[in-house]
Design a protein around this ligand. Structure first.
Ligand code: NAI
Length: 457
Protein backbone atom coordinates (compact mmCIF):
# COMPACT_ATOMS: atom_id res chain seq x y z
CA UNK A 1 0.00 0.00 0.00
CA UNK A 2 1.45 3.37 -1.02
CA UNK A 3 1.97 5.86 1.80
CA UNK A 4 1.36 9.51 0.93
CA UNK A 5 2.74 12.50 2.84
CA UNK A 6 -0.71 14.08 2.55
CA UNK A 7 -4.23 12.91 1.73
CA UNK A 8 -6.77 15.61 0.94
CA UNK A 9 -10.52 14.90 1.02
CA UNK A 10 -12.35 17.33 -1.26
CA UNK A 11 -11.31 18.91 -4.57
CA UNK A 12 -12.88 22.38 -4.22
CA UNK A 13 -10.88 25.61 -3.89
CA UNK A 14 -9.43 24.59 -0.49
CA UNK A 15 -8.53 21.07 -1.60
CA UNK A 16 -7.13 21.68 -5.08
CA UNK A 17 -5.04 24.68 -4.09
CA UNK A 18 -3.70 22.81 -1.06
CA UNK A 19 -2.77 19.88 -3.33
CA UNK A 20 -0.87 22.15 -5.70
CA UNK A 21 0.97 23.98 -2.90
CA UNK A 22 1.76 20.68 -1.14
CA UNK A 23 3.34 19.00 -4.17
CA UNK A 24 5.34 22.15 -4.91
CA UNK A 25 6.56 21.92 -1.33
CA UNK A 26 7.74 18.35 -1.94
CA UNK A 27 4.88 16.41 -0.28
CA UNK A 28 3.52 13.37 -2.14
CA UNK A 29 -0.19 14.18 -2.30
CA UNK A 30 -3.37 12.26 -2.98
CA UNK A 31 -6.59 14.18 -3.60
CA UNK A 32 -10.04 12.59 -3.38
CA UNK A 33 -12.98 14.18 -5.20
CA UNK A 34 -16.25 12.28 -5.56
CA UNK A 35 -17.95 14.65 -8.04
CA UNK A 36 -16.07 17.12 -10.19
CA UNK A 37 -12.82 18.96 -9.50
CA UNK A 38 -13.46 22.58 -8.54
CA UNK A 39 -16.15 21.81 -5.96
CA UNK A 40 -19.28 23.90 -5.44
CA UNK A 41 -17.49 27.14 -6.37
CA UNK A 42 -16.53 26.07 -9.84
CA UNK A 43 -19.35 23.68 -10.70
CA UNK A 44 -22.45 25.11 -9.04
CA UNK A 45 -21.56 28.37 -7.30
CA UNK A 46 -19.21 31.30 -7.85
CA UNK A 47 -18.21 30.67 -11.46
CA UNK A 48 -21.46 29.58 -13.18
CA UNK A 49 -23.39 32.32 -11.37
CA UNK A 50 -20.91 34.89 -12.69
CA UNK A 51 -21.44 33.56 -16.21
CA UNK A 52 -25.21 34.10 -15.85
CA UNK A 53 -24.77 37.53 -14.28
CA UNK A 54 -22.43 38.64 -17.05
CA UNK A 55 -25.05 37.75 -19.67
CA UNK A 56 -27.55 39.82 -17.70
CA UNK A 57 -25.10 42.72 -17.72
CA UNK A 58 -24.54 42.48 -21.48
CA UNK A 59 -28.33 42.42 -21.97
CA UNK A 60 -28.76 45.50 -19.77
CA UNK A 61 -26.10 47.35 -21.75
CA UNK A 62 -27.90 46.41 -24.96
CA UNK A 63 -31.32 47.51 -23.72
CA UNK A 64 -30.03 50.76 -22.18
CA UNK A 65 -27.43 51.48 -24.85
CA UNK A 66 -29.37 54.52 -26.04
CA UNK A 67 -28.14 56.38 -22.94
CA UNK A 68 -24.66 56.05 -24.39
CA UNK A 69 -25.62 56.80 -27.97
CA UNK A 70 -25.81 53.15 -28.95
CA UNK A 71 -29.16 51.94 -30.28
CA UNK A 72 -29.89 48.23 -30.27
CA UNK A 73 -33.24 47.12 -31.61
CA UNK A 74 -35.12 44.16 -30.18
CA UNK A 75 -32.36 42.93 -27.86
CA UNK A 76 -33.37 39.65 -26.26
CA UNK A 77 -31.86 37.45 -23.58
CA UNK A 78 -32.03 33.80 -24.59
CA UNK A 79 -31.91 32.00 -21.24
CA UNK A 80 -31.23 28.57 -22.76
CA UNK A 81 -28.16 29.94 -24.55
CA UNK A 82 -27.01 31.68 -21.37
CA UNK A 83 -27.26 28.38 -19.47
CA UNK A 84 -25.43 26.57 -22.26
CA UNK A 85 -22.57 29.08 -22.17
CA UNK A 86 -22.38 28.67 -18.38
CA UNK A 87 -21.77 24.94 -18.98
CA UNK A 88 -18.92 25.71 -21.38
CA UNK A 89 -17.28 28.10 -18.91
CA UNK A 90 -17.49 25.49 -16.14
CA UNK A 91 -16.09 22.70 -18.35
CA UNK A 92 -13.15 24.88 -19.40
CA UNK A 93 -12.23 25.74 -15.84
CA UNK A 94 -12.73 22.21 -14.48
CA UNK A 95 -10.38 20.94 -17.19
CA UNK A 96 -7.94 23.67 -16.15
CA UNK A 97 -7.94 22.45 -12.54
CA UNK A 98 -7.42 18.88 -13.77
CA UNK A 99 -4.45 19.99 -15.87
CA UNK A 100 -3.02 21.89 -12.91
CA UNK A 101 -3.26 18.80 -10.71
CA UNK A 102 -1.54 16.71 -13.37
CA UNK A 103 1.16 19.31 -13.90
CA UNK A 104 1.81 19.53 -10.17
CA UNK A 105 2.05 15.74 -9.82
CA UNK A 106 -1.00 15.35 -7.58
CA UNK A 107 -2.62 11.90 -7.61
CA UNK A 108 -6.36 12.48 -8.08
CA UNK A 109 -8.83 9.72 -7.19
CA UNK A 110 -12.40 10.46 -8.28
CA UNK A 111 -14.20 8.54 -5.57
CA UNK A 112 -16.00 9.10 -2.28
CA UNK A 113 -13.42 8.66 0.48
CA UNK A 114 -13.87 8.03 4.16
CA UNK A 115 -11.41 7.79 7.00
CA UNK A 116 -11.33 4.27 8.42
CA UNK A 117 -8.79 4.52 11.23
CA UNK A 118 -5.09 4.69 11.98
CA UNK A 119 -2.14 2.41 11.31
CA UNK A 120 1.46 2.68 12.50
CA UNK A 121 2.24 4.57 9.25
CA UNK A 122 -0.54 7.13 9.39
CA UNK A 123 -4.23 7.62 8.75
CA UNK A 124 -6.14 5.09 6.70
CA UNK A 125 -8.56 6.37 4.09
CA UNK A 126 -10.74 4.00 2.07
CA UNK A 127 -12.52 4.45 -1.24
CA UNK A 128 -14.34 1.85 -3.27
CA UNK A 129 -12.73 -1.05 -1.38
CA UNK A 130 -9.16 0.25 -1.62
CA UNK A 131 -7.19 1.53 1.37
CA UNK A 132 -4.73 4.40 1.26
CA UNK A 133 -2.41 5.74 3.95
CA UNK A 134 -1.63 9.41 4.59
CA UNK A 135 0.90 10.70 7.11
CA UNK A 136 -1.23 13.84 7.25
CA UNK A 137 -4.85 14.60 6.37
CA UNK A 138 -6.49 17.76 5.13
CA UNK A 139 -10.28 17.77 5.33
CA UNK A 140 -11.69 20.11 2.67
CA UNK A 141 -15.14 18.59 2.21
CA UNK A 142 -17.00 21.89 1.83
CA UNK A 143 -20.62 22.69 2.66
CA UNK A 144 -24.20 22.02 1.52
CA UNK A 145 -27.36 24.12 1.51
CA UNK A 146 -29.27 24.31 4.79
CA UNK A 147 -32.67 22.63 4.39
CA UNK A 148 -34.84 23.68 7.37
CA UNK A 149 -37.84 21.64 8.53
CA UNK A 150 -40.40 23.83 6.73
CA UNK A 151 -43.55 21.79 5.96
CA UNK A 152 -43.69 20.87 2.27
CA UNK A 153 -40.10 21.90 1.53
CA UNK A 154 -38.63 18.41 1.12
CA UNK A 155 -41.39 17.39 -1.27
CA UNK A 156 -41.02 20.65 -3.16
CA UNK A 157 -37.28 20.01 -3.57
CA UNK A 158 -37.91 16.48 -4.77
CA UNK A 159 -40.56 17.66 -7.23
CA UNK A 160 -38.23 20.33 -8.64
CA UNK A 161 -40.57 23.14 -7.55
CA UNK A 162 -38.00 24.29 -4.99
CA UNK A 163 -34.38 24.63 -6.05
CA UNK A 164 -30.98 24.96 -4.40
CA UNK A 165 -27.95 26.84 -5.74
CA UNK A 166 -27.27 23.89 -8.06
CA UNK A 167 -30.57 23.62 -9.95
CA UNK A 168 -31.13 27.38 -10.14
CA UNK A 169 -28.10 27.67 -12.44
CA UNK A 170 -29.49 25.26 -15.01
CA UNK A 171 -33.23 25.95 -15.13
CA UNK A 172 -34.41 25.33 -18.70
CA UNK A 173 -36.79 28.30 -18.58
CA UNK A 174 -37.17 31.57 -16.75
CA UNK A 175 -40.04 31.22 -14.24
CA UNK A 176 -42.77 33.88 -14.37
CA UNK A 177 -43.18 34.12 -10.61
CA UNK A 178 -39.92 33.38 -8.84
CA UNK A 179 -39.84 33.38 -5.03
CA UNK A 180 -36.45 33.45 -3.34
CA UNK A 181 -36.24 32.42 0.30
CA UNK A 182 -33.32 34.27 1.91
CA UNK A 183 -31.99 37.70 0.98
CA UNK A 184 -28.31 36.77 1.43
CA UNK A 185 -25.59 36.50 -1.21
CA UNK A 186 -27.03 33.65 -3.28
CA UNK A 187 -30.57 35.01 -3.07
CA UNK A 188 -29.52 38.48 -4.21
CA UNK A 189 -27.29 37.32 -7.07
CA UNK A 190 -30.01 35.05 -8.41
CA UNK A 191 -32.63 37.79 -7.93
CA UNK A 192 -30.36 40.02 -10.04
CA UNK A 193 -30.08 37.51 -12.88
CA UNK A 194 -33.68 36.29 -13.00
CA UNK A 195 -35.07 39.81 -12.66
CA UNK A 196 -33.09 40.90 -15.72
CA UNK A 197 -34.02 37.67 -17.51
CA UNK A 198 -37.71 38.57 -17.16
CA UNK A 199 -39.02 36.87 -14.01
CA UNK A 200 -41.04 38.66 -11.37
CA UNK A 201 -38.84 38.07 -8.35
CA UNK A 202 -39.96 38.18 -4.73
CA UNK A 203 -37.29 37.91 -2.04
CA UNK A 204 -38.52 36.71 1.35
CA UNK A 205 -36.10 37.64 4.13
CA UNK A 206 -36.74 37.07 7.81
CA UNK A 207 -34.43 39.89 8.98
CA UNK A 208 -35.32 43.57 8.57
CA UNK A 209 -32.53 44.01 6.00
CA UNK A 210 -30.92 42.18 3.10
CA UNK A 211 -27.28 41.15 2.51
CA UNK A 212 -26.59 39.85 6.02
CA UNK A 213 -23.57 41.47 7.68
CA UNK A 214 -23.00 44.05 4.89
CA UNK A 215 -22.76 47.70 6.01
CA UNK A 216 -26.39 48.80 6.50
CA UNK A 217 -26.15 51.99 4.48
CA UNK A 218 -24.77 50.01 1.54
CA UNK A 219 -27.32 47.18 1.82
CA UNK A 220 -30.15 49.74 1.99
CA UNK A 221 -28.86 51.32 -1.25
CA UNK A 222 -28.75 47.89 -2.90
CA UNK A 223 -32.31 47.19 -1.75
CA UNK A 224 -33.57 50.48 -3.21
CA UNK A 225 -31.74 49.84 -6.48
CA UNK A 226 -33.42 46.45 -6.94
CA UNK A 227 -36.81 47.76 -5.83
CA UNK A 228 -36.46 50.30 -8.66
CA UNK A 229 -35.66 47.43 -11.03
CA UNK A 230 -38.89 45.68 -10.03
CA UNK A 231 -37.86 43.12 -7.39
CA UNK A 232 -40.28 42.76 -4.48
CA UNK A 233 -38.67 42.43 -1.04
CA UNK A 234 -40.64 41.08 1.90
CA UNK A 235 -38.50 41.85 4.93
CA UNK A 236 -39.22 40.60 8.43
CA UNK A 237 -41.08 37.75 6.77
CA UNK A 238 -40.82 34.05 7.62
CA UNK A 239 -41.69 31.19 5.34
CA UNK A 240 -44.07 28.82 7.12
CA UNK A 241 -44.84 26.21 4.44
CA UNK A 242 -44.53 25.37 0.75
CA UNK A 243 -47.37 24.11 -1.40
CA UNK A 244 -47.06 22.81 -4.95
CA UNK A 245 -47.49 26.24 -6.52
CA UNK A 246 -47.22 28.69 -3.65
CA UNK A 247 -45.17 29.79 -0.67
CA UNK A 248 -46.88 30.51 2.63
CA UNK A 249 -45.35 33.19 4.81
CA UNK A 250 -45.97 35.14 7.94
CA UNK A 251 -45.15 38.78 8.69
CA UNK A 252 -46.11 40.54 11.93
CA UNK A 253 -48.26 37.55 12.82
CA UNK A 254 -50.25 37.87 9.60
CA UNK A 255 -50.31 35.06 7.01
CA UNK A 256 -49.37 35.75 3.42
CA UNK A 257 -49.62 33.58 0.32
CA UNK A 258 -47.23 33.99 -2.62
CA UNK A 259 -47.98 32.29 -5.93
CA UNK A 260 -44.80 30.80 -7.43
CA UNK A 261 -43.62 28.89 -10.50
CA UNK A 262 -40.27 28.15 -8.87
CA UNK A 263 -38.76 28.75 -5.44
CA UNK A 264 -35.09 29.15 -4.58
CA UNK A 265 -33.91 28.10 -1.16
CA UNK A 266 -30.90 30.20 -0.16
CA UNK A 267 -30.87 30.53 3.59
CA UNK A 268 -27.28 29.57 4.27
CA UNK A 269 -24.96 26.59 4.14
CA UNK A 270 -23.81 23.92 6.57
CA UNK A 271 -20.36 22.30 6.84
CA UNK A 272 -20.08 18.79 5.33
CA UNK A 273 -18.87 16.74 8.29
CA UNK A 274 -21.08 13.67 7.87
CA UNK A 275 -19.98 10.29 6.46
CA UNK A 276 -16.29 11.17 6.46
CA UNK A 277 -15.33 8.78 9.27
CA UNK A 278 -13.99 11.66 11.36
CA UNK A 279 -15.09 9.82 14.49
CA UNK A 280 -12.77 6.89 13.70
CA UNK A 281 -9.75 9.07 14.52
CA UNK A 282 -11.45 11.35 17.06
CA UNK A 283 -11.67 14.63 15.10
CA UNK A 284 -13.87 17.09 16.99
CA UNK A 285 -16.96 18.31 15.17
CA UNK A 286 -19.33 21.04 16.36
CA UNK A 287 -22.59 22.36 14.91
CA UNK A 288 -20.55 24.95 13.03
CA UNK A 289 -18.07 22.51 11.50
CA UNK A 290 -14.56 21.26 12.32
CA UNK A 291 -12.87 23.65 14.77
CA UNK A 292 -9.34 24.65 13.74
CA UNK A 293 -6.60 26.86 15.15
CA UNK A 294 -4.95 29.73 13.25
CA UNK A 295 -2.80 27.19 11.36
CA UNK A 296 -5.74 25.04 10.28
CA UNK A 297 -4.93 22.24 12.76
CA UNK A 298 -7.80 20.21 14.20
CA UNK A 299 -7.71 18.65 17.68
CA UNK A 300 -5.93 15.57 16.19
CA UNK A 301 -2.23 15.94 15.45
CA UNK A 302 -1.45 15.97 11.69
CA UNK A 303 -5.13 16.38 10.75
CA UNK A 304 -6.01 19.77 9.26
CA UNK A 305 -9.21 21.32 7.91
CA UNK A 306 -9.69 24.24 5.50
CA UNK A 307 -12.51 25.91 3.58
CA UNK A 308 -16.26 25.81 4.25
CA UNK A 309 -15.94 22.70 6.44
CA UNK A 310 -14.50 24.80 9.28
CA UNK A 311 -17.67 26.92 9.16
CA UNK A 312 -15.81 30.21 9.67
CA UNK A 313 -16.31 32.08 6.38
CA UNK A 314 -17.91 30.14 3.57
CA UNK A 315 -16.02 31.92 0.81
CA UNK A 316 -13.76 30.42 -1.85
CA UNK A 317 -11.05 33.07 -1.49
CA UNK A 318 -10.94 32.53 2.28
CA UNK A 319 -10.61 28.80 1.60
CA UNK A 320 -7.61 29.42 -0.66
CA UNK A 321 -5.79 31.28 2.06
CA UNK A 322 -6.74 28.77 4.78
CA UNK A 323 -5.34 25.93 2.70
CA UNK A 324 -2.09 27.83 2.05
CA UNK A 325 -1.69 28.43 5.77
CA UNK A 326 -2.30 24.74 6.52
CA UNK A 327 0.22 23.58 3.89
CA UNK A 328 2.84 26.10 5.04
CA UNK A 329 2.39 24.81 8.57
CA UNK A 330 2.86 21.21 7.38
CA UNK A 331 6.03 22.32 5.58
CA UNK A 332 7.36 23.92 8.76
CA UNK A 333 6.92 27.51 7.53
CA UNK A 334 5.50 30.04 9.97
CA UNK A 335 2.08 31.27 8.83
CA UNK A 336 -1.23 32.06 10.43
CA UNK A 337 -4.76 32.81 9.35
CA UNK A 338 -6.11 36.30 9.90
CA UNK A 339 -9.66 37.26 8.99
CA UNK A 340 -9.57 41.03 9.58
CA UNK A 341 -8.96 41.77 5.89
CA UNK A 342 -11.21 39.16 4.29
CA UNK A 343 -13.09 40.76 1.39
CA UNK A 344 -16.71 39.96 0.53
CA UNK A 345 -18.46 40.68 -2.75
CA UNK A 346 -22.03 40.52 -4.01
CA UNK A 347 -22.04 40.42 -7.81
CA UNK A 348 -25.28 42.29 -8.35
CA UNK A 349 -25.49 45.35 -10.61
CA UNK A 350 -24.36 47.57 -8.90
CA UNK A 351 -21.77 45.36 -7.23
CA UNK A 352 -21.21 45.47 -3.49
CA UNK A 353 -17.74 44.89 -2.09
CA UNK A 354 -16.46 45.27 1.43
CA UNK A 355 -13.54 44.43 3.64
CA UNK A 356 -12.87 44.89 7.33
CA UNK A 357 -15.17 46.35 9.95
CA UNK A 358 -18.57 47.82 9.34
CA UNK A 359 -19.83 50.65 11.52
CA UNK A 360 -22.21 48.17 13.15
CA UNK A 361 -19.31 45.87 14.10
CA UNK A 362 -17.08 48.72 15.32
CA UNK A 363 -19.92 50.01 17.51
CA UNK A 364 -20.67 46.55 18.90
CA UNK A 365 -17.00 46.05 19.77
CA UNK A 366 -16.67 49.63 21.09
CA UNK A 367 -13.85 50.38 18.67
CA UNK A 368 -13.44 54.15 18.24
CA UNK A 369 -13.60 55.05 14.56
CA UNK A 370 -14.04 57.90 12.14
CA UNK A 371 -15.97 57.39 8.94
CA UNK A 372 -15.83 59.35 5.68
CA UNK A 373 -17.81 58.65 2.53
CA UNK A 374 -18.18 59.93 -0.99
CA UNK A 375 -20.43 59.23 -3.93
CA UNK A 376 -18.73 57.07 -6.57
CA UNK A 377 -19.38 60.00 -8.91
CA UNK A 378 -16.23 61.62 -7.50
CA UNK A 379 -14.34 59.16 -9.72
CA UNK A 380 -14.13 60.50 -13.27
CA UNK A 381 -14.28 57.10 -14.92
CA UNK A 382 -17.47 56.24 -13.04
CA UNK A 383 -19.16 59.36 -14.48
CA UNK A 384 -17.82 58.61 -17.97
CA UNK A 385 -19.11 55.05 -17.95
CA UNK A 386 -22.48 55.31 -16.21
CA UNK A 387 -25.71 57.20 -16.83
CA UNK A 388 -28.11 57.97 -14.01
CA UNK A 389 -26.25 55.64 -11.63
CA UNK A 390 -24.74 56.41 -8.30
CA UNK A 391 -22.67 54.51 -5.78
CA UNK A 392 -20.98 54.99 -2.47
CA UNK A 393 -17.58 54.41 -0.94
CA UNK A 394 -17.17 54.48 2.86
CA UNK A 395 -13.89 54.23 4.71
CA UNK A 396 -13.50 53.60 8.44
CA UNK A 397 -10.32 54.65 10.24
CA UNK A 398 -9.39 53.84 13.84
CA UNK A 399 -9.71 57.15 15.73
CA UNK A 400 -6.60 56.59 17.82
CA UNK A 401 -4.22 54.45 15.70
CA UNK A 402 -5.28 56.17 12.43
CA UNK A 403 -5.14 52.91 10.44
CA UNK A 404 -7.76 51.90 7.89
CA UNK A 405 -10.11 49.33 9.46
CA UNK A 406 -12.95 49.04 6.94
CA UNK A 407 -13.87 49.89 3.35
CA UNK A 408 -17.38 49.39 1.92
CA UNK A 409 -18.46 50.13 -1.62
CA UNK A 410 -21.43 49.89 -3.92
CA UNK A 411 -20.96 50.61 -7.62
CA UNK A 412 -19.39 49.24 -10.78
CA UNK A 413 -15.94 47.64 -10.52
CA UNK A 414 -16.19 47.44 -6.69
CA UNK A 415 -15.34 43.72 -6.83
CA UNK A 416 -12.11 44.38 -8.75
CA UNK A 417 -11.04 47.26 -6.51
CA UNK A 418 -11.61 45.88 -3.05
CA UNK A 419 -8.39 43.87 -2.84
CA UNK A 420 -6.45 47.16 -2.66
CA UNK A 421 -8.45 48.14 0.39
CA UNK A 422 -7.81 44.67 1.83
CA UNK A 423 -4.07 45.26 1.39
CA UNK A 424 -4.36 48.55 3.32
CA UNK A 425 -6.13 46.82 6.20
CA UNK A 426 -3.86 43.76 6.17
CA UNK A 427 -0.74 45.95 6.22
CA UNK A 428 -2.30 48.21 8.89
CA UNK A 429 -1.71 51.29 6.75
CA UNK A 430 -2.38 54.56 8.51
CA UNK A 431 -4.11 57.44 6.74
CA UNK A 432 -0.77 59.17 6.09
CA UNK A 433 0.65 55.95 4.53
CA UNK A 434 -2.40 55.32 2.36
CA UNK A 435 -2.27 58.92 1.07
CA UNK A 436 1.13 58.17 -0.50
CA UNK A 437 -0.21 55.44 -2.81
CA UNK A 438 -0.47 56.43 -6.50
CA UNK A 439 -3.69 55.19 -8.08
CA UNK A 440 -4.00 54.87 -11.86
CA UNK A 441 -6.11 57.62 -13.46
CA UNK A 442 -8.84 57.52 -14.57
CA UNK A 443 -10.11 54.50 -12.66
CA UNK A 444 -13.07 53.96 -10.38
CA UNK A 445 -10.54 52.76 -7.77
CA UNK A 446 -9.50 56.40 -7.25
CA UNK A 447 -12.61 56.81 -5.15
CA UNK A 448 -10.73 55.13 -2.29
CA UNK A 449 -7.92 57.69 -2.58
CA UNK A 450 -10.51 60.50 -2.63
CA UNK A 451 -12.12 59.26 0.58
CA UNK A 452 -8.76 58.66 2.28
CA UNK A 453 -7.85 62.30 1.61
CA UNK A 454 -11.00 63.40 3.45
CA UNK A 455 -9.31 62.27 6.72
CA UNK A 456 -6.78 64.25 8.73
CA UNK A 457 -3.51 62.30 9.17
P1 NAI B 1 -26.49 33.74 3.50
O1 NAI B 1 -26.09 33.37 4.85
O2 NAI B 1 -25.67 34.72 2.71
O3 NAI B 1 -27.97 34.37 3.53
C1 NAI B 1 -29.08 33.65 4.01
C2 NAI B 1 -30.21 34.62 4.32
O4 NAI B 1 -31.37 33.87 4.56
C3 NAI B 1 -29.96 35.45 5.56
O5 NAI B 1 -30.18 36.80 5.26
C4 NAI B 1 -31.01 34.92 6.56
O6 NAI B 1 -31.50 35.91 7.42
C5 NAI B 1 -32.10 34.44 5.63
N1 NAI B 1 -32.96 33.38 6.19
C6 NAI B 1 -32.58 32.33 6.95
N2 NAI B 1 -33.65 31.56 7.23
C7 NAI B 1 -34.73 32.14 6.63
C8 NAI B 1 -36.12 31.81 6.55
N3 NAI B 1 -36.61 30.71 7.11
N4 NAI B 1 -36.94 32.64 5.84
C9 NAI B 1 -36.44 33.75 5.25
N5 NAI B 1 -35.14 34.11 5.30
C10 NAI B 1 -34.29 33.31 5.97
O7 NAI B 1 -26.67 32.37 2.70
P2 NAI B 1 -26.73 32.03 1.15
O8 NAI B 1 -27.19 33.20 0.35
O9 NAI B 1 -27.51 30.77 1.07
O10 NAI B 1 -25.22 31.75 0.76
C11 NAI B 1 -24.56 30.64 1.33
C12 NAI B 1 -23.07 30.84 1.36
O11 NAI B 1 -22.51 30.90 0.07
C13 NAI B 1 -22.71 32.09 2.09
O12 NAI B 1 -21.85 31.74 3.16
C14 NAI B 1 -21.99 32.92 1.09
O13 NAI B 1 -20.89 33.56 1.67
C15 NAI B 1 -21.58 31.94 -0.01
N6 NAI B 1 -21.68 32.61 -1.30
C16 NAI B 1 -20.85 33.63 -1.59
C17 NAI B 1 -20.97 34.33 -2.78
C18 NAI B 1 -20.07 35.48 -3.03
O14 NAI B 1 -19.06 35.61 -2.37
N7 NAI B 1 -20.39 36.35 -3.98
C19 NAI B 1 -22.00 33.99 -3.76
C20 NAI B 1 -22.84 32.92 -3.32
C21 NAI B 1 -22.66 32.26 -2.14
Amino acid sequence: MQIYDLIIIGGGPAGYLAAERATHGGLSTLLFEMKSLGGVCLNEGCIPSKALLHSAKVFEYATHGDKFGVHVENATLNHAEVVKRRGKVVRTLVAGVGAKMKGAGVTVVKQRASITGRTADGFQVSADGTDYIGKRLLIASGSSPVVPPIPGLKDALEAGFALTNREVLELPEVPKEFVIIGGGVIGLEMAAYYNTAGAHVTVVEMLDHIAGPTDREISDLLLKEYQKKGVTFLLGTKVTALGTDKVLCEADGKPLELPADKVLLSIGRRANTQDLGLETIGVEVTRQGIPTDAQGRTNVENVYAAGDVNGIYMLAHTAYRESEVAINTMLGKRDNMRYCANPAVIYTKPEVASVGMTEEEANAQQIPYEVKKLSMRYAGRFVAETEGEDGLCKVLVHSVHRNVIGVHMIGSYASEIIWGAAAMIEQELRVEDAKQIIFPHPTVSEIIREVIWEFED
